[in-house]
Design a binder for this molecule. Structure first.
Ligand SMILES: [Zn+2]
Length: 695
């Protein structure tokens, strides 16, 4: 038992999150997290606050501290980050003027520009849309470059559906439609007035804007809201969206630009749009990936029916939607108020934190250079990689005994798990001042926050579009994943896991922690990411990350059959929302994450047992828990989360992860080893007879 001051401190931190009055066999989540949940330190203005929120805030604070360090010349990437942060904190002047000039670039919005001679004859839809896409926003549909799902060494142009002002098409139908309409109306009127226009001309466009947004949303596929009642939606949409969710192959459709043009019809001239976007002629023989063909098949009709002035309004509103909050606090409040009406409350974030977020989004590698020097050492990296390898071994060891999988499929599963690569901490180039400065050399940062954001959009957009037709850089760290983020990822197309330094911090990871805690916390997260390669979507990609089937028919059927057990299990959980009203969660929406959660805990538990056969671990003074008990506590305490009742409905509808409480309860209920560790009798709440096991 370790009783050093550091161990005493760690014990104290762990105990403060617990509620020892709860029987761990009754409700392990309350036992592990009751203290955290009822802590007076939980901010009352936050929609959702958990262990990772505390880490996120700490990281932001550390990044802010780093901003104080003085370095180098004006072309120094770190100095750009500092200037970006400073410009964000400053109170901007002439916000309206800046936005007016943005609107002029994207083709102008007649009702806010007095004296403008806007004419349907000279305004050109495709040109306006392409310029908006280059400089400020992705409106109407998304265009970007990513690796080809079936040849992941090659980068192709992608066409995908865009987001509307609302989460999805259900917003325009049913009980919420009237209040949503009112919210959008008041947003438009407020923006128009802030821009110097008058309410009357704003009101004149509200109907058309609402109907265009509705039409665009309804031709798209609702991606993550499977259990929403689809009031009033055409029946073929209900069908396609369920198939679409269930099968990632439906999102992969190769066609030439000519074929795409034929699919869309006369409402949009693809050539005009692309030639303006790339500033060169793009031949229609080029093959592209169309993610949602059903949407593009109907898009042409929607666009043909819309008035040109409505399309101009729509592009302008999208540009404002994505950029106005950088211009001034009044504009920001207008947009935040709208979002708050939809989500069930405002998520208040202190100004310095949102400025750090903006800075990290734009210059993530620059802020990470100093952050990682102080908070993620080479020794940390070595140890984390070793842990990862042990988790991988645990997965490989478990394959031979899977009774439901045939031998050929097993061999491929072993190959896939063996080939999973990982990126840990940060990309090496950020430690070289020259390479880091070179990376951001084309990004010009001034003391004007709005211009900085626009510059960043243009810079990233160009960087992405330039990859079209190029070979994929396999070793590349994902461009918008800052090493400071508190998150981890699995990329099925690269068959790679990414663990940024930001998540490899206390209380998820520390080199001095007993291994029971490390395996429970960070080990489970590693197992979670690895299992994503074998969840409902990840399993569709082969060992090299290409979308080719490697499953025998019977094994695939057995897998699907086993997922149903998890769907049924999670469907039974309920959370209290507003007025203590119980809301059911969706086992279908959260299935892939639940597979990863269950696989992750199991893999890490086995890896820890293997590690213990050759190593000694230490218990902690005052905690009074065995090592296996500490392992399970380690997992649970990474997930402690408080959700404001007014946000519960929104989260259950939109989050593909289960609420934290069930990420803990369900995974523990499925593991016999948990009940053994805590001596939970058969039939007690934490030890039900039925256990769902896949990996
Ligand atoms: Zn996940």
């Amino acid at each position: 038992v370790c009783s050093s001051p550091k161990c005493v401190q760690l014990s104290g931190e762990i105990l403060s999150r617990m509620d020892l009055t709860v029987d761990p066999c009754d409700d392990f989540y309350e036992y592990a997290c009751g203290g955290f949940i009822r802590s007076p330190l939980v901010p009352t203005d936050s929609s959702k606050w958990g262990t990772t929120s505390v880490m996120d805030k700490t990281n932001k604070f550390l990044v802010k501290q780093v901003q104080r360090v003085l370095r180098g010349s004006s072309n120094d990437a770190v100095n750009k980050a500092k200037l970006m942060y400073k410009s964000c904190l400053a109170v901007p002047e002439d916000a309206g003027q800046r936005l007016q000039s943005m609107l002029k670039v994207v083709g102008s919005w007649p009702i806010v520009t007095p004296g403008l001679s806007w004419s349907e004859d000279t305004w050109q839809f495709e040109t306006a849309l392409a310029i908006a896409r280059k400089r400020y926003t992705q409106a109407i549909f998304w265009v970007y470059v990513s690796e080809d799902d079936r040849n992941n060494t090659f980068n192709r142009l992608n066409f995908n559906q865009a987001t509307s002002f609302f989460p999805d098409a259900t917003a325009f139908n049913g009980s919420k439609a009237a209040s949503n309409r009112a919210a959008l109306d008041s947003l438009v009127i407020r923006l128009v007035q802030l821009l110097g226009g008058d309410e009357e001309s704003a009101r004149a466009i509200l109907d058309d804007l609402w109907h265009l947004d509705k039409a665009l949303a309804e031709v798209g596929i609702i991606d993550t809201r499977l259990h929403e009642p689809f009031n009033g939606l055409p029946s073929q949409i209900k069908l396609t969206l369920i198939e679409y969710r269930a099968d990632v192959r439906k999102r992969y459709n190769l066609m030439t630009l000519q074929e795409l043009q034929t699919l869309i019809g006369p409402g949009l001239n693809i050539s005009l749009f692309l030639d303006e976007l790339f500033e060169e002629h793009i031949p229609l023989t080029e093959t592209v990936i169309v993610r949602v063909p059903t949407m593009f098949a109907q898009l042409g009709q929607v666009l043909s029916k819309a008035k040109k002035s409505t399309l101009a309004t729509y592009i302008s509103m999208q540009a404002l939607w994505d950029n106005a909050h950088f211009a001034s606090l009044e504009f920001r409040d207008a947009i935040e108020d709208f979002k708050a009406k939809l989500a069930g409350g405002k998520n208040e974030v202190p100004r310095w934190q949102s400025c750090i977020t903006d800075t990290v989004d734009a210059l993530g590698f620059a802020v990470s250079a100093l952050f990682t020097e102080d908070h993620f050492t080479t020794a940390d990296k070595r140890e984390v990689v070793q842990l990862l390898e042990n988790i991988r071994e645990s997965f490989l060891d478990s394959i031979p005994s899977l009774a439901w999988m045939d031998d050929v499929t097993k061999a491929s599963a072993v190959e896939k798990a063996t080939k999973v690569s990982h990126k840990v901490g940060f990309p090496d180039f950020i430690r070289s001042k020259d390479k880091l400065d070179e990376y951001y050399s084309d990004l010009v940062i001034t003391d004007d926050h709005f211009q900085n954001q626009a510059a960043e959009f243009r810079y990233s957009s160009l960087k992405n579009l330039q990859k079209r037709g190029q070979k994929v850089d396999q070793g590349e760290w994902p461009p918008h994943t800052s090493p400071t983020v508190v998150n981890a990822f699995y990329d099925p197309q690269k068959n790679a896991m990414i663990f940024p330094a930001g998540i490899l911090q206390k209380p998820i990871y520390h080199s001095a922690y007993p291994r029971a805690l490390s395996y429970g916390a960070v080990g489970t997260i590693m197992g979670h990411e690895l299992t994503h390669g074998f969840d409902t979507s990840g399993r569709r990609y082969d060992p090299d990350g290409n979308l080719f089937n490697w499953w025998g028919n019977i094994s695939a059927r057995e897998f699907e059959h086993r997922t149903q057990c998890l769907v049924d299990q999670y469907n039974k959980y309920e959370l209290k929302g507003m007025k203590k009203c119980s809301l059911q969660m969706s086992g279908g929406l959260t299935l892939a994450e639940n597979i990863a959660d269950n696989g992750g805990l199991r893999l890490s538990y086995r890896a820890y047992q293997t590690w213990r056969t050759e190593n000694e671990d230490t218990k902690l003074v005052g905690l009074n828990l065995g090592l296996n008990q500490m392992f399970f506590l380690g997992q649970a305490q990474t997930l402690c989360t408080v959700i404001k009742p007014s946000f519960v409905a929104h989260i259950l509808r939109n989050d593909v992860h289960s609420p934290a409480k069930f990420r803990v309860l369900a995974t523990m209920q499925n593991m016999e080893q948990f009940s053994e560790a805590f001596g939970c009798p058969k039939g007690s709440p934490m030890n039900p007879d039925n256990k769902c096991v896949i990996w």
